[in-house]
Design a binder for this molecule. Structure first.
Ligand code: ATP
Length: 264
């Protein structure tokens, strides 16, 4: 559905966003647009500023300079509650699930439908409906989290953040600890979330995963924008943008190969 070319106004628009921690410039003049129904991958080496940027958007850190517009209006994301209320949800790497509670309880943790008289039936129906819509493979919503696989846990964490119907959902390394089949399951889920019209920000070190689902690949390097690419971009070009090296092992190998082909 999403094409990566979206003429509509972005949901989220960052211009010149910087973040200093004392003398450390974690982010310098970052521009970023996120549209409805697109997956934007945020990639970069360790320390490139990905987590800091996500925390700025999640309302955990306040930028030291720059502007953030949400649905065309300037906003201050001055607390995590504010970001969430506005429609920016974040699934952090630790997932923050309660091991001993079941799937339904985890989905509604913190936002039970009716805190005075918990309607268990209603919550269970809603949980099933959402998980079915996401085609999630959860054996039973009464299963405790402790007995679920890594992929299923990630699914529950993503589904939980969708209950508030956010405009944007940010996923921090959602496949980091997963095997091949579970990774595929989570990538499928990301596509379904996009197809529901949410804007998805995906942080990942895994270029294969990024290429599989991203409509645009935004590279950060040393806290700055270093190019926007697509899944069609060559690996060498992406690696060069991420590392800043035009002269590296990948480009040298390619140059050697081209030279051999040239002489053949
Ligand atoms: N709370 C903080 N106080 C001081 N410096 C910080 C803080 N958070 C991040 N930094 C610095 O900001 C820079 C960017 O870090 P950040 O964690 O955002 O990078 P990253 O791209 O997420 O890296 P990784 O892939 O390793 O998680 C680093 O130099 C880091 O040391």
């Amino acid at each position: 559905m999403a094409t990566g070319q979206n003429p509509a106004e972005p949901i989220l628009k960052l211009r010149g966003v910087s973040k200093q921690f004392g003398a450390v410039s974690a982010l310098t003049e970052i521009d970023l647009d996120i549209h409805a129904g697109e997956v934007v991958a945020l990639v970069g080496d360790n320390g490139a500023g990905k987590s800091t940027l996500v925390k700025v958007l999640a309302g955990v850190h306040q930028p030291t300079a720059g502007s953030i517009e949400f649905m065309g209006k300037p906003v201050d994301l001055d607390s995590p509650g504010k970001a969430l209320e506005m429609g920016i949800a974040t699934v952090f790497q630790d997932l923050a699930l309660c091991e001993n509670l079941d799937v339904v309880a985890n989905l509604f943790l913190g936002h039970e439908l009716n805190p005075w008289a918990l309607d268990e039936v209603q919550m269970e129906v809603r949980a099933w409906t959402l998980l079915r819509e996401l085609a999630a493979r959860i054996p039973s919503v009464r299963e405790p989290i402790a007995s679920l696989s890594g992929g299923q846990r990630q699914t529950v964490a993503i589904a939980r953040s969708l209950l508030l119907d956010p405009k944007i959902i940010m996923l921090d390394e959602p496949t980091a600890a997963l095997g091949v089949a579970q990774t595929a399951e989570v990538l499928n889920l990301i596509e379904r979330v996009r197809d529901r019209g949410h804007g998805v920000v995906l942080i990942s070190h895994n270029m294969e995963d990024v290429r599989a689902v991203a409509d645009r690949i935004v590279v950060l390097r040393l806290g700055r924008n270093n190019g926007i690419f697509t899944a069609e971009t060559s690996n060498a070009e992406l690696v060069a943008a991420i590392t800043g090296a035009t002269e590296n092992a990948v480009s040298r190998r390619r140059a050697r190969k081209e030279e051999v082909e040239h002489h053949a």
